[in-house]
Design a binder for this molecule. Structure first.
Ligand SMILES: Nc1ncnc2c1ncn2[C@@H]1O[C@H](COP(=O)(O)OP(=O)(O)OP(=O)(O)O)[C@@H](O)[C@H]1O
Length: 277
């Protein structure tokens, strides 16, 4: 019995955190995904990229069990997420931290109250322990202690994202799912957010998938890039590898005009920082 438990723990740690295969998602006659497959390796940051409308958000909703696919398999933490029943799904959801576009914080609650909400709902921690635990998440997300008592409207855009991240971390998730976390942030705040995600991934052993259009996040903030096109994950590899591929969508994305402008900016910044050093 002990060794069976041990083996099952070992299997889980070797398996990908999430495995999607043969996924189809349709809205009426229109299918956004068809025969889509993807595996998220443990402890890595995956950037989910693709043109507008390619189905990044729908894929993240599928992965977080907010949307049941029309066909295909979804395995989370080694379990068949579409067959585990309501209670099983609740247990799996607890292991996922979500940060969707806009932050989606409750505006009538302070930052600390927002973070305490999922803790109240899913744990038996109460009283000052609850406050302390929530405070530890606020600090973990890189917010100053005095932001805990503030309302979302009193925070900058970057702080709202961090507050939403603190809430996503509330239940100590193993998988963090982020939908365009740096959109609307200036480049410095965005770089700070990317660095924080990297730090948390490394120190907490998180697995992260983030939909993004941000070239900095793709190149510097991720280990792997899942490129969505033709209703599936057309390619899954580090950005530098994808930039060498010849499929027309990848050429347009990684070697098109926007990329050339980015490369120019990168080399001028590198020149400036060399000049400064
Ligand atoms: N609830 C829905 N009902 C009908 N169609 C939907 C629904 N949700 C998404 N879609 C459609 O699915 C397609 C993919 O949408 P999705 O939001 O996943 O794209 P995206 O890649 O995240 O785009 P963006 O980069 O612009 O955020 C779009 O054509 C969208 O209109």
């Amino acid at each position: 019995m002990v060794s069976a438990v041990h083996n099952s723990a070992q299997n889980e740690s070797a398996a990908p955190v999430a495995r999607l295969s043969g996924i189809r998602n349709c809205f009426g006659e229109e299918c956004v995904h068809d025969d889509l497959s993807l595996e998220l390796p443990r402890g890595r940051i995956t950037a989910l990229v693709g043109g507008s409308g390619s189905g990044k958000t729908v894929l993240l909703r599928t992965l977080s069990m907010l949307r049941r696919p029309d066909a295909g398999q979804l395995e989370l933490f080694g379990k068949d997420a579409l067959a585990v029943g309501e209670r099983g799904q609740r247990d799996l959801r607890r292991r996922i931290g979500l940060l969707f576009q806009g932050g989606a914080l409750f505006t009538a609650l302070t930052v600390l109250e927002n973070v305490m909400l999922p803790m109240r709902e899913h744990t038996s921690v109460r009283g000052h322990w609850l406050e302390e635990l929530a405070m530890s998440k606020v600090l973990l997300a890189g917010l100053p202690a005095d932001s805990a008592g503030k309302y979302p409207a009193e925070l900058s855009g970057g702080m709202v994202k961090r507050a939403a991240l603190a809430r996503a971390l509330a239940l100590d998730p193993s998988l963090l799912i982020l939908d365009e976390p740096t959109s609307g942030l200036d480049p410095i705040a965005a770089a700070g957010f990317d660095a924080l995600i990297r730090e948390l991934t490394d120190s907490l052993g998180l697995t992260v998938i983030q939909a993004t259009h941000d070239l900095d996040s793709i190149w510097r903030g991720s280990d792997l890039v899942a490129f969505l096109a033709r209703k599936r994950v057309l390619a899954f590899a580090p950005a530098a590898e994808l930039a060498q591929r010849e499929e027309q969508e990848l050429v347009a994305y990684f070697r098109g005009e926007r990329s050339a402008e980015y490369a120019k900016l990168e080399s001028s910044q590198a020149g400036t920082s060399r000049g400064n050093s």
